[in-house]
Design a protein around this ligand. Structure first.
Ligand code: DX5
Ligand code: ZN
Length: 220
């Protein structure tokens, strides 16, 4: 699966930018649309929040993948699920009650996602992950698009892939940060199911073509 991140899109033309990665005849298009919510507290950057997510939900049929890089997701995450997001991901480093968040997200009709930063180990979260649908491994420090991929993070992808393949966990493994035509093959080999790509999609001349190019590289 390919999930373009609109962080690198032109926000003044957001609806067009989203439409440019949607499927058309003969082209599958983006599987999810990745939406980076930042609050200038959990990360040193400020982006968008629920009103923009609601506008996006009205503007596209692509399932929204909301990545909440915010403090106190215990308070805010469920609102994104209630609005209609398909997958809502919170950060393990920011949340107080990970079980409660997963339960609330699922009850509101969304997939529950858990993200860990590059230096956060997977082990402490293995039990709680049984209540989640998505594991988002950050392959850059969260906060900004256009950073370089950190290859060491793939060890956590391999670990999660093994646990899924052996039936110990049932979740989708997603990676976010520095994914492009050069790095996506190693991530695919490590066992990623869903690839987030911001600058690699929206800096391309044709964002829709960039999505399919990444998909072909991931399958290679
Ligand atoms: C970074 C965000 C990413 C970002 C990725 O904190 O979570 O989703 O958009 O951008 P690229 O693909 O350019 O690294
Ligand atoms: Zn993200």
């Amino acid at each position: 699966m390919i999930a373009p991140s609109i962080l690198s899109a032109d926000f003044a033309r957001l609806a067009d930018e989203v439409a440019s990665v949607a499927g058309t005849v003969g082209r599958p298009g983006a599987d999810w649309l990745h939406v980076d919510v930042m609050d200038n507290h959990f990360v040193p950057n400020l982006t968008l929040g629920l009103p923009v997510v609601q506008a996006l939900l009205a503007a596209t049929d692509i399932p929204l993948d909301c990545h909440l890089m915010i403090e106190d997701p215990d308070r805010w995450a469920v609102g994104y699920a209630e609005a209609g997001a398909h997958n809502v991901t919170v950060h393990a480093e920011a949340a107080a009650d990970l079980l409660g968040i997963a339960r609330d997200l699922r009850a509101a009709g969304s997939r529950a996602g858990l993200s860990i930063k590059p230096n956060t180990p997977l082990e402490p979260y293995l039990d709680v992950l049984r209540h989640y649908d998505t594991l988002l491994v950050m392959s850059v420090e969260p906060g900004f698009g256009g950073q370089s991929f950190i290859p060491e993070t793939l060890a956590k992808v391999r670990q999660a892939r093994h646990l899924v393949d052996t039936g110990h966990l049932r979740l989708l493994v997603e990676i976010d940060g520095g994914i492009n035509a050069q790095t996506i093959e190693a991530a695919a080999e490590a066992g990623v199911d869903c690839f987030v790509a911001g600058s690699a999609v929206y800096s391309a001349a044709d964002a829709g073509e960039a999505v399919e190019y990444l998909r072909s590289k991931a399958a290679a």
